[in-house]
Design a protein around this ligand. Structure first.
Ligand code: AMP
Ligand code: MN
Ligand code: MN
Ligand code: MN
Length: 285
């Protein structure tokens, strides 16, 4: 049997637009055989995704994408194969969601000062009662005609240096590795090619991550070029880290990225799933 892995996706439990059930269904249709649901700072979609996955005959890896403050930067760490009943992990995620609420209120205040009324309430309405991300602000701003698409709205209002930007204060890299390990999961640096880092800065991140016991980096991500994949493959091999692959799918509206559609993992990289077997997957259910 040929396996197709997509180990980074989002649902309405964070800033995706599809319910966990619809996401699993779409992944199945796309030929994905092993899917990780990795919502931002929340595992609330996992239970529903598990049920859909069992019904459709696809392996579901319980995952999460955690927000990390690393020096002056924000980076993301994916946890895969986590026990969502782990208290330490859930306490950590819950504190991050409180931070998100604080940040969203502050973003609302700042946007208000720059003449955009009702952004907090608008973003909240787009979040369906789940956590609020910048994506929800962006959807509100596009809906209100402040810019024509998501990319433009981010650039104009909610990235560093723009009126609605609030960096937020997230977990440390060390804390996040501890939480994921406590939950029996594997730690993955999400989309490393996307950070605005020099090569030296990126390598210092990998070095620190290895020292803390990190497992893998996303060698393949939904919006990577072939060149990005090859560069990240080289870094993974240099640091003895495994490689993960994930689309970072957020929904069909974000048309450039589709679930299960990514470049292949380059030769020479040890896939993060190299010592997984179906029994392990069943245990993680
Ligand atoms: P947050 O974690 O609330 O700061 O929101 C970050 C999320 O915003 C990411 O996970 C992406 O889904 C989304 N995002 C960030 N930059 C962009 C962009 N330029 N265009 C569209 N979505 C973006
Ligand atoms: Mn997102
Ligand atoms: Mn991310
Ligand atoms: Mn993501």
């Amino acid at each position: 049997m040929k396996y197709l892995y997509d180990l980074h996706t989002h649902s309405t439990a964070s800033d995706g637009t599809m319910s966990p059930t619809d996401l699993v269904q779409r992944a199945k249709l796309a030929g994905v055989t092993v899917l990780a649901l990795t919502d931002h700072d929340s595992t609330d979609g996992i239970a529903e995704a598990k049920i859909a996955a069992m019904r459709l005959g696809i392996d579901l890896i319980p995952g999460v994408e955690i927000s990390v403050t690393w020096g002056p930067y924000v980076i993301h760490v994916v946890g895969l194969g986590i026990d969502i009943g782990c208290q330490l992990l859930q306490q950590g995620l819950s504190s991050l969601r409180e931070q998100r609420e604080e940040r969203a209120l502050e973003m609302g205040r700042r946007l208000d000062k720059s003449g955009i009324r009702g952004a907090y309430a608008g973003a909240k309405a787009f979040s369906n009662g789940c956590l609020i991300s910048r994506t929800h602000f962006a959807r509100f701003l596009v809906d209100q005609g402040y810019a024509e698409d998501m990319a433009k709205v981010f650039k104009k209002y909610i990235v560093r240096g723009k009126p609605g930007y609030v960096p937020g204060s997230w977990a440390s890299l060390e804390e996040v590795v501890t939480w994921i390990k406590a939950a029996g999961g594997q730690c993955v640096i999400a989309h490393p090619a996307r950070y605005p880092f020099t090569r030296t800065k990126l390598r210092s991140l990998f070095e620190e991550f290895v020292d803390l016991g990190g497992d893998a980096i996303e060698v393949v991500s939904g919006n990577y070029t072939r060149d990005n994949c090859l560069t990240m493959a080289r870094h993974a091999m240099d640091f003895g880290l495994m490689g993960s692959v994930g689309s970072d799918f957020h929904g069909p509206e974000h048309s450039r990225i589709e679930v299960g559609r990514m470049l292949d993992l380059p030769d020479g990289v040890t896939p993060i799933w190299h010592n997984w077997n179906r029994q392990d997957l069943a245990i993680s259910f």
